[in-house]
Structure formats: structure tokens, C-alpha cells
Design a protein. Sequence first.
Length: 327
Amino acid sequence: MPQTIQIQQYGGPEQMQLVDLPVGEPGPGEIRIRHHAIGLNYIDVYQRTGLYANPLPLSLGMEAAGVVEAVGAGVTHLAVGDRAAYASNPPGSYSQARVMPARTVCKLPDDISFDTGAAMMLKGLTAQYLLKKTLPVEGLVAGDHVLFHAAAGGVGLIACQWAKALGLQLIATAGSDAKCQLALEHGASHAINYRSEDFVARVKDITGGQGVKVVYDSVGKDTFDGSLNVLRPFGLLASFGNASGPVAPFAPGILGGKGSLYLTRQTLFTHIATRESCQAMADDLFAVVRSGAVKIRIDQRYPLAEVARAHTELEARNTTGCSILIP
């Protein structure tokens, strides 16, 4: 019987238990997939703690790569034996095998490994919708400055490379000098250690006092005010995570006073809600990875049974690049 990581109640890493769960046959619109590698993401922490609530007991995990074992009625884009990868709701990728909706599962090109496929789907598709679809009202053109927080993480290192390929000047923030160096090595034009430097002052200095057109912010509470303060008029703050905690309620009028700013809270699962949109985004991601312009850096590998250690290190911000679990 395949093993799965499950929680019975919300809480810390110790809540995650390795259990044997039966995996049945796929119904209409579903597949059964045998995982070879599983992605680790900060959204998994939010779901484990209950910040993002789901019915309990809950099997965790949002992305993986493996081989299709069975296909339900109506599924035409996948066949038994296909190599495949996904980022998908509902959770459940922390498992040896699972039955799941086929809609957001994509064929994995033969020249992309299972490890890379598992590491890049959620983070790479996130970078894709940010840089390609979550744009300031005035648009982005080559040479424009953008600010990207937590740029040495999994999404950030992909975004650094992809932004460079698009000709953008990405200003990275990270929590240590070593992480800043990592962002620079992956294509960031500038890097700011927000623990030892005032990122608002540095961004203003880098941009000649103008500020940036867009800030991509997955940190949340700790960076929110500063992110607004580095935007030029009509700039966009694109929030896509809460690693430091959720942003406190605020009066929308402050957006007017700071330059008629725009604020959006994005989530990947809106962007990949249709088969067509998901496949188009995945095709874009596969193409930029296969071209060599974006390399997927996997710095941590953990056995599935050691997922608690993986979560502990992720929450302590002791990881860089991508992390994967091996079932």
C-alpha cells in the first residue's frame, strides 16, 4: 500500500505522519500517477499550520513528477506510461502514488529529469505568471527595474534568470550576503541584504530616485510597507505569499497618497484553472528551461520520511533554490 504524508490536525512539522493509504482507480477526468520526485513549497507550510485551511485529515504537497499508471474516462492528453509533472490542487503529492485530477498534469519532456520536473512546476509556473502576466499598467520593457523579494529561494532564482532573459533589471532582496551572491550569480542586476541594509533607500539609489514599476513580494508582513514605498507612480505591488505572516488590514487611501498605486494578490491556481492555460504556461516554462536560459537549482534532497526536517529547514529560511522529497 503506498505511503503518504498526512496530518490529523494543524500545527508544527511534528504533525506530519507517514501512513499507508489505499490508492484506487482513477474516475472520469482523473489519473493515477506513481511519483519519482516531489516538490517542497512554502504553501505546504501554510496548509500544515492551517493558515490555508483544508478539511482534515489532510495529505500534503502540491507538486511532483512521475509516471502515469492509469487514466480515467475523458482524459485524452495523457496515456499510461507517460512521464508527467504537475502543480495542482487538491494537495496530496507527498506520497508514493495518488489518484488526482488530470487537468493540471502535463507531459514532461524526455530531456527534463523527474527531479527537475518536481522542483520546477509550482515555482516555475509562479515565475511565469508573475513576469509574463502580472504586469504594471504601463507594462514592462527591456531595461526596466523590478524588485523581487526572497530572490534566493526556489521561485526567486528562477525569476532572476528569466528576468535577465527578458532584459529586465531585477533587484533582488535576500536575508544574507551569501543568498545575495546566489541571486547575482543567477542573473539579478543588484542584490540587497534586507537584514543589514535599508532596501527602500538602496532601491531608490539604484533607480536614481524613481523607484520600480513592480514589486514581486512573497514575504508579506515584514516587507509590505517598504514595497509600497519603492514603487514609482502607477506602480504595482504583486503580493503572492506571506512567509513572514499576513499583511495587516490597511486603508486603501494610502495607495493614492503614494502615487496612485496598484495592489494585487495573486495565486497560481487561478492562472492554471483551465487545461489550456495550464498547458500554455507549462510549454513556456519547458521552453525556457530546455533553452538553458533558466536552470533549476536543487540544493536540498530529503527522503519522504524526513519531511519534518525539510519543513523545519524551510521555515528557518535555511534553504536555497529548490528542495525535493524522494519517495
